[in-house]
Design a protein around this ligand. Sequence first.
Ligand code: PEP
Ligand code: MG
Length: 914
Amino acid sequence: MASQTKYVYDFAEGNRDMKDLLGGKGANLAEMTNLGLPVPPGFTITSEACKAYLDSGETPSGLAGEIGEHLAALESAMGKRLGDADDPLLVSVRSGAKFSMPGMMETVLNVGLNDESVHGLARQAGAGAETAGGADPAAAERFAWDSYRRLIQMFGKTVCDVPGDEFEHALEGAKKAKGTANDLDLDANDLRALVDAYKTIFVRHTGRDFPQAPREQLDLAINAVFESWNAERAVLYRRQERIPADLGTAVNVVAMVFGNLGPDSGTGVAFTRDPASGHQGIYGDYLANAQGEDVVAGIRNTVPLQDLERLDKTSYDELLGIMARLEEHYKDLCDIEFTIERGKLWMLQTRVGKRTAAAAFVIATQLVDEGLIDLDEALNRVTGVQLAQLMFPRFGEGAEVELLTKGMNASPGAAVGRAVFDSYTAVKWSRSGEKVILVRRETNPDDLDGMIAAQGILTSRGGKTSHAAVVARGMGKTCVCGAEELDVDTKGRKFTGPGGVVVEEGDVISIDGSSGAVYRGEVPVVPSPVVEYFEGQLDPAAEDADELVKAVHRIMSHGDEARRMAVRANADTPEDAERARRFGAQGIGLCRTEHMFLGERRQYVERLILADSDDEREKALAALLPLQREDFVGIFAAMDGLPTTVRLLDPPLHEFLPDITELSVRVAVAEARGEAHENELRLLQAVHRLHEQNPMLGLRGVRLGIVVPGLFAMQVRAIIEAAAERRKAGGDPRVEIMIPLVDAVQELELVREEAERIAHEVCEREGVEVPYLIGTMIELPRAALTAGQIAEAAQFFSFGTNDLTQTTWGFSRDDVEAAFFSAYLERGIFGVSPFETLDRDGVGRLVRIASEEGRATRPDLKLGICGEHGGDPDSVHFFHEVGLDYVSCSPFRVPVARLEAGRAAVQTAGSDSR
Ligand code: PEP
Ligand code: MG
């Protein structure tokens, strides 16, 4: 018989490396427990139990018994029984998956309260107050009934799907009847009446009384947390954040401690450094006399954590000591949640905190300076995605717009868009191409799809740890929160600012997540300092250099030293080539020549296609030759000393001809008028002749070189002549000629023989030696599968992963995104488009086979990649693993590819033999 799976771990049994099983929260609670920090006792039910429950729809066998054993241990540690009528132990039931999903899943607090134990809780709270020196039975009564009403509310909503607003309405009604807007003005009697009202709501929606048995409450709450893994908003969040769908969540059952026992109690959240800038200091929010979620939900306005020093110096000092200890232990920025119960500090959570992209770079280098981590680790702590975020523009100064107010700078960046006041409108308008800013009093998880659709988020309530702030930072989205001067009226679809300024739905506003400023109107944006640094306009060594620029420079330099792969750029013009070089490109991996045949040069292509004699064709080619030569001279000059891969013409020829419908109409009209032009008629015939049902699988790439006499020859001649000219002028062109869309070695051999003959001819004539390589793209499955043969004729391979993805999956790269990808993503067939991140299993396998077999034939075969994946962080790691020599991507993505190639190298250091 298989041994019984262990589903429940006491906090003392876990550690921070057990996140797969215990989730992030459980693993870190265990770690803090073992560090001897004041964590309320509790236990964690594993994500394996969740998966088993979700698979079968039932509690896995053995789980109930294990929970019973751990509950008994918890009861004996606390000296109380769950839900005991005289002195009840209460517990919280909290979700906690491997990756943090803020606010996405469920929590139920105060489990164990019922009609009996609420009295016991009131008595104990009163007694506790007495020993604390200030007996206030009325406050104790109030506390107990408030806790009970919170349980019914959370349990009703989370476990039994009772609509949350019903409870909210009842609460609002009670406050109105009392003539107050503040929960704290409701006394014990009001709250007792509210409990009755809540129970009625509960029965109406569930058809049963609110469960009184404490263990039943506990079991139902645990199952609800399991089920919340598959809640719609959690599924959406995972897709957005690329968190695997099959991890499941762990559940933490923790002895309750209370922050709402009076003014000497409270609850808060804090960061060990500023998550927006990385600066050291004390960053957090505190709310006196409040319980758990009140801070995160942004329902009441918090005070800065520094105020705690005045309110409760002992707890404040202890908290600062713990924060320093945690930073040192985790060697990173941590965020924490804590509660103070009558002057006793309790740690409810910690984790390595989310941070903005800028803070990630700054903190990583600070930690190096503090001797906590080395530069390899600093490189590991930042990502290409973060670097890309830093390259976004920011707001410029001096714009003619009205500063409405300032809120908190919760998540940086600059966002401009039309104000919308609900998620539905945000999604709808953004689908029709509008840029929107989602404006809310505060956000909650139901706003998630609106937050995803919006350029930025603006709230009037809540601190830097409110839902809006945490989620926006996680998404890398601009957010200003807690702009208290704004009166947001979501029903009326408007907000009113200071001085009565009204902004209605559809009005353009601009928000600056770095300063917290909110403007009416559109603020122009300026480039990021990181881009200016890459452009060479900012000197990172300067005295007054921006700390972010210094940090980026330091980490990039280390990455460049560490990486094995080179990074090149896809560039077709001298300007692009120069920019790419400034961004650190070590060559051009793909110079597409097709744009060189557009504009006024189209006429020569038309002539080439229409030519019905060798003479006419040669004339057309002769007209194109000097133009092409000029193109290449410019590019070779910009890339002097670095390899430049020029690809011969790739797209179907008809792309250079007029549109078939337009031309047909023009000819028909002309004919009707008796004015038909001979040339137009011939053109129309040619367009018909060249028309293809599947042009991407038709006459393009090397096939053109074979069937259009002289075309590739002209391009090769232009390339070699340009290189010869550069050499004569003292330049150092490094020429690589690349043949696209090769399927079979025979195609390559034919084109190569001709190219070599022409190169030889030009060099003889010009009297200079032009070294060059001839290689091919690998962008068709047959080419990948016969790479061993193709390598006989190729000195390099460059993987064209755009076409290789298209042809491996059989997906038209031009059509699928609109046609059906959203359905595929929704159904989880893939988590991200294979045109964006390389499909390692399929396309990646072909890349691996071709690399291995190509190198088996020709050990010094140069290997690169020039599809879009060359600038995609995840794909870069794959190309490193496969052993490619370089990746090539658009100039703007070159820094990202450099960083990720460096990260890939340090991550595989030791196991990497190349
Ligand atoms: C490719 O197919 O990956 C490629 C780089 O070529 P293109 O995108 O021009 O087809
Ligand atoms: Mg291609």
